[in-house]
Write a protein that binds this ligand. Structure first.
Ligand SMILES: [Zn+2]
Length: 283
């Protein structure tokens, strides 16, 4: 039996490690013990009543919560629930075949951590210090990893492709290779003649997997910008066409016209404004 390696991909400029979690525990509030802070927040464990929203559970997505570095007050728990409800709204907007790949979400309240992690059916999302727009955008990016690693997989019998790193194994017949190969020779080298304009954001240039997740985000939240940039860049046009025909079955999301610019590339997708209302109304 083939066991997929863990490929939870971090969406943050900072690298999260055990030392960071320990540091936040040691440097955080001292009202409760480190062990209590580190324990998952579940009904009965928290000093306050905490009943998670049931919507995700009804749809087969397991939810859990973790509060680190601060006292899990009623206000923190209320805001975790608020975070969950915002994410649920976005989840319902994702096409069914794609969202069904998501099996678990952990909502985090950390003093310092990556904003999101995604892969192999699981997403971790940081809930503190995030606006509704940024939270939605990070969630959509992580769904890109879920779709990439869940819906489109190759078979071990085909052998390893050139798109592998310490956290990801991609087999030669993985359909996503048709996307990766537009800009990537292998996991860490772009094709010859590649420029920054071949990517929707600067972050998309990190590796083929972030390229997929950022492009997926752009397809859903910045469809007008994506098609506008694709008019003057053949590789972006191929990425857009791949997503439209192979991932979204022809459905397009030309949903906003905010600050169209064919020559600008943002650091990442979450810094670009978009219409949350139009996205949630599936326009
Ligand atoms: Zn990512």
């Amino acid at each position: 039996m083939y066991l997929a390696p863990s490929i939870l991909r971090s969406y943050s400029r900072a690298i999260i490690g055990t030392f960071l979690i320990l540091a936040s525990l040691l440097g955080g509030a001292t009202v409760v013990s480190a062990a209590q802070l580190a324990s998952d927040i579940t009904p009965g464990k928290s000093p306050f009543t905490f009943e998670p929203l049931s919507d995700f559970a009804d749809l087969g997505v397991a939810t859990s919560y973790k509060v680190v570095g601060v006292y899990p007050s009623e206000d923190v728990l209320y805001r975790l629930k608020y975070c969950e409800s915002r994410v649920f709204d976005a989840y319902q907007t994702i096409p069914k075949a794609q969202r069904e790949q998501l099996r678990a979400i952990k909502f985090l309240w950390y003093s310092d951590s990556a904003r999101g992690l995604g892969g192999n059916g699981s997403i971790y999302l940081k809930c503190n210090d995030m606006t509704d727009d940024v939270l939605t955008s990070v969630f959509v990016h992580e769904m890109g990893h879920i779709v990439d690693t869940g819906l489109y997989e190759g078979k071990a019998a085909a052998g390893l492709s050139v798109y592998n790193d310490s956290r990801a194994t991609v087999f030669k017949n993985d359909p996503s290779i048709n996307f990766y190969s537009i800009s990537w020779k292998d996991t860490s080298h772009t094709v010859s003649g590649s420029t920054a304009f071949d990517f929707v954001t600067q972050y998309a240039r990190s590796n083929p997997f972030e390229d997929f997740a950022e492009s997926y985000n752009f397809y859903l939240l910045h469809g007008s910008q994506f098609t506008f940039m694709a008019k003057t860049n053949a590789r972006l046009a191929r990425k857009y066409t791949y997503l439209r025909d192979n991932v979204f079955n022809g459905k397009e999301y030309i949903n906003n016209n905010i600050k169209l610019n064919a020559k600008k590339r943002s650091y990442d997708a979450t810094v670009l404004p978009f219409s949350l209302e139009k996205f949630l109304n599936n326009v």
